[in-house]
Design a protein around this ligand. Structure first.
Ligand SMILES: Nc1nc2c(ncn2[C@@H]2O[C@H](COP(=O)(O)OP(=O)(O)OP(=O)(O)O)[C@@H](O)[C@H]2O)c(=O)[nH]1
Ligand SMILES: [Mg+2]
Length: 321
């Protein structure tokens, strides 16, 4: 049986996408109305299901807490093995499936593998794959990556129906070198730690590519030190199977601004890509969108996304005006 949690968006510091469109000074009333109707239809028609998987203590729950507008996913060790089950978090149109930690016992791992496989094989009411994206959380401070590789190459990759929608996040960057080369003040890795993490990313990609031939999406971050969480979000948004699904994830982002501020330079490029996709979706320019865009737009998605992400991308969105 699943444990369900839900949360309503009440103390949100971000405006919803519709509110942002409404407050735009660049759009006339009919454009606003059309975009908002489009956005609302996309939000209801494109429910999102994300599965989290990874070793026990890798930081799955901490990652959910960092990314989303959710009260609290229980963090910590010491789960009673008898009660291992998939925890389900529902946030309006997003459902997060937090699977039990891997690597405690071969017996438990077998059971977890079956649960994951069954979930990955499920279809939604429309007959499409239920799970849109799998986020594998890896403990960056652990030297033993075997259980993660087994999990990805033997359980997730063979059963995932969207093979490109697997994101591997190497968490706990701050303690990856036992705390060395982590700048506590800036909450950023120093050069040595950056190199160390890049090497981990390279080796994870290589292992997965040689074992199952996919070019895996791998990045590193720190959930509790709030480093590169925006980058992780960009990896998720950029790898969803349908661009329309991006909007529901953006709507449920953690409203705490502090989470998103601290990231590496590459993140800004990813933000541009994602912003372009959101622009296409909101204006109806993408194939299969709910409306066609008849409106000549001066509509800056730039300000839209800029506001959604708390303006942290700064002048970046000028690229799109
Ligand atoms: N230093 C550091 N600690 C972290 C980070 N992320 C998580 N932790 C800690 O690691 C421990 C485990 O985190 P959880 O989020 O509960 O891990 P989990 O993957 O959900 O674990 P299970 O549900 O037991 O499988 C907690 O004490 C967290 O505070 C991180 O980025 N840096
Ligand atoms: Mg957990």
């Amino acid at each position: 049986m699943n444990t369900s949690y839900s949360n309503t968006r009440n103390s949100n510091k971000f405006a919803s996408i519709a509110e942002i469109i409404e407050s735009s000074s660049e759009l006339d009333a009919s454009a606003k109305e059309q975009y908002i109707r489009n956005v609302e239809k996309i939000l209801t028609d494109n429910k999102v299901n994300i599965m989290l998987a990874g070793a026990t203590g890798a930081g799955k729950s901490s990652t959910i807490n960092a990314l989303f507008n959710i009260q609290q996913a229980k963090v910590g060790y010491g789960t009673d093995p008898e009660t291992y089950e998939i925890q389900k978090f529902t946030l309006n149109n997003i459902t997060l499936w937090d699977t039990p930690g891997f690597g405690d016992s071969p017996d438990q791992d077998r059971k977890t593998a079956v649960m994951i496989r069954n979930l990955l094989r499920r279809s939604n009411d429309a007959g499409k794959p239920l799970i849109d994206l799998v986020l594998v959380v890896v403990d960056g401070s652990s030297r033993d990556m075997m259980s993660t590789f087994e999990l990805v190459t033997k359980v997730i990759e063979p059963n995932a129906r969207y093979r490109d929608s697997i994101v591997i996040g190497i968490n706990q960057t701050d303690v990856a070198m036992k705390g060395r080369h982590w700048d506590r003040e800036k909450r950023k890795p120093e050069t040595q730690l950056v190199e160390f993490m890049n090497e981990k990313v390279r080796s994870v990609k290589e292992r997965i590519s040689s074992s199952c031939g996919i070019d895996a999406n791998v990045m590193y971050y720190s959930a509790t030190e709030k480093y590169n969480v925006l980058k992780l979000l960009c990896f998720i948004l950029d790898n969803l199977p349908e661009e329309e699904k991006i909007l529901n994830v953006v709507e449920q982002m953690n409203p705490e601004m502090e989470i998103w501020e601290n990231h590496d330079d590459e993140t800004e490029d990813m933000m541009s890509t994602v912003a372009g996709k959101i622009k296409g979706v909101v204006t109806g320019a993408v194939k299969g969108a709910a409306i066609g865009s008849k409106i000549a737009t001066k509509f800056g998605v730039p300000p839209v996304i800029g506001t959604i992400l708390g303006g942290i991308a700064g002048g970046l969105f000028g690229l799109f005006s």
